[in-house]
Design a protein around this ligand. Structure first.
Ligand code: ITT
Length: 201
């Protein structure tokens, strides 16, 4: 069976992408299987640039097909911040809790009606030399006033999901999140290309 590398250290992403791959016949690896690669510096200013850096670095090192996701939270009232800096919003070594605390602080004066936000994911896949594709997905919601739920990762406990804003992303099961998330939407656009690549042999 062909191997496919998920170019991420984020275990939440690995869990989600593995479930999305479902019955696609590939042997899935992540960056945890390639410790020699270390952290890949994300020097870009767009999701596209960072997804490409991750995918190209891993492809150059392994020569194996690779999928990289670069993603983040874009808050309307913060002009799209934290955006590409989502993982590092509260500092280089920030935890998810640090980032969530900083976001609640930044929105402390913003009423419910102004708390719209979206997650965005850009996936860069490289199937072979010169075979590089990008797909994108967005999921809209609203930032709550406190964390709720234990599932998912990152900003999920603060992200109330459209259209009824009753539950946070962290209160959804993996399958429920994968039915609507930005990452699953990006993956949905990629899947036919991946399947075609695997069929071509
Ligand atoms: P890799 O670079 O190793 O993939 P990372 O966590 O650093 O892992 P990103 O650079 O793409 O990944 O940063 C994504 C950040 O955006 C992530 O750490 C969260 O803070 C946020 N984020 C992205 N997708 C999310 C999701 O589905 N739920 C909650 N937060 C998310």
């Amino acid at each position: 069976m062909k191997e496919l590398i998920l170019a991420t250290h984020n275990l939440g992403k690995v869990r989600e992408l593995k479930q999305m791959l479902g019955d696609v016949p590939v042997e899935v690896r992540s960056l945890h299987d390639f410790p020699e690669l270390g952290e890949i510096p994300e020097t870009g200013t767009t999701f596209q640039e960072n997804a490409r850096v991750k995918a190209e670095t891993v492809f150059a090192h392994t020569g194996l097909p690779v999928i990289a996701d670069d993603s983040g939270l874009e808050v309307d009232a913060l002009s799209g911040a934290p955006g590409v800096y989502s993982a590092r919003y509260a500092g280089e070594k920030a935890t998810d809790e640090d980032n969530n605390r900083k976001l609640l602080q930044a929105l402390s004066d913003v009423p419910e009606s102004g708390r719209g936000a979206q997650f965005r994911s850009v996936i860069c896949a490289i199937f072979g030399p010169g075979k590089e594709v990008f797909t994108e997905g967005v999921c809209r919601g609203r930032i709550g006033f406190g964390p709720r739920g234990d599932n998912g990762f990152g900003y999920d406990p603060l992200f109330l999901v459209e259209p009824d804003y009753q539950r946070t992303m962290a209160e959804l099961s993996l399958a429920e999140k994968n039915a609507i998330s930005h990452r699953s939407r990006a993956f949905h656009n990629l899947k036919p290309l991946l399947v075609e690549f695997l069929r071509e042999g």
